[in-house]
Design a protein around this ligand. Sequence first.
Ligand SMILES: *[C@@H]1O[C@H](CO)[C@@H](O)[C@H](O)[C@H]1NC(C)=O
Ligand SMILES: *[C@@H]1O[C@H](CO)[C@@H](O)[C@H](O)[C@H]1NC(C)=O
Ligand SMILES: *[C@@H]1O[C@H](CO)[C@@H](O)[C@H](O)[C@H]1NC(C)=O
Length: 253
Amino acid sequence: MQQRQLIIFVLFITITYATQINYFDAQADVQFLPDPITIFANLIQLWTDVTDCPSSACTCQVKANVTSDNDIYPVKFSSEKPNIGSVDIDDLQPNTLYSFTISCIGTTQTITRYIRTGYGHPSKPHNITIILNSKRLKLSWSPPLLPAGPINNYRLTIDQQPIIDNIPKNQFSYDMTEDYIYGQTHIFFLQACNINRQNHSICSNPNDGNVIFPMPITTTLSQGATTPKSSSCILSCSKFLLIFIFFCFFLFN
Ligand SMILES: *[C@@H]1O[C@H](CO)[C@@H](O)[C@H](O)[C@H]1NC(C)=O
Ligand SMILES: *[C@@H]1O[C@H](CO)[C@@H](O)[C@H](O)[C@H]1NC(C)=O
Ligand SMILES: *[C@@H]1O[C@H](CO)[C@@H](O)[C@H](O)[C@H]1NC(C)=O
């Protein structure tokens, strides 16, 4: 009987004083956030719940393979809730798998999580070319060299006009819907876009995917020059004709 009591007592001591890592993941225990998952393109915030630390404050660290040195990040514990800790692991690459291992003073227990960072800004679409294909301009490209995600769509802006946002990810060319007018210069901004877990469209820098289709050379140049001339002639001729009719009207009345 006495022995049983002793065993229970020893068990109680061990349970009470062994530090316990109850929780370790990239999810905050807060109700007010619309999305409590704390995984971003370049940052992962890890949360932990540690009980029965040997001293008044818990001492834990996270080892992550951010660089080849397996950097160590100290966990910060909150003063209001001393068993809740968090750690920011930053300078991460988008859409990349990392391993995170937590360990604490007072226990040999560790927890390891493998977490992939979120999608990021892709680099510009690669190899953007523009050609005059019969009468219409044709823009073509290849996927970005650094996609930072699966690429959701391409978006194109022509001469500041409303954006053509829904070019599917497996389409690598765009034909303009209107015939090219010789002498006109068009400015194109082509972007590659990912959609992140916060449902935001994150695209490559438009200025990186900027192409200009200028006035084509020689033969087309003269054509371009004649078009406005003839149209201005029509205008001045008709004006002249109006004045002539006006004068005739006065003369013969
Ligand atoms: C980190 O380690 C995991 C598991 O070993 C591995 O799959 C992952 O590619 C590593 N990440 C980096 C950035 O080295
Ligand atoms: C770029 O595109 C052109 C035309 O589609 C193609 O001939 C060329 O090989 C491409 N270059 C690269 C580096 O992809
Ligand atoms: C994401 O955004 C699109 C359009 O902006 C919307 O139609 C869709 O419902 C959103 N999805 C979520 C899960 O919020």
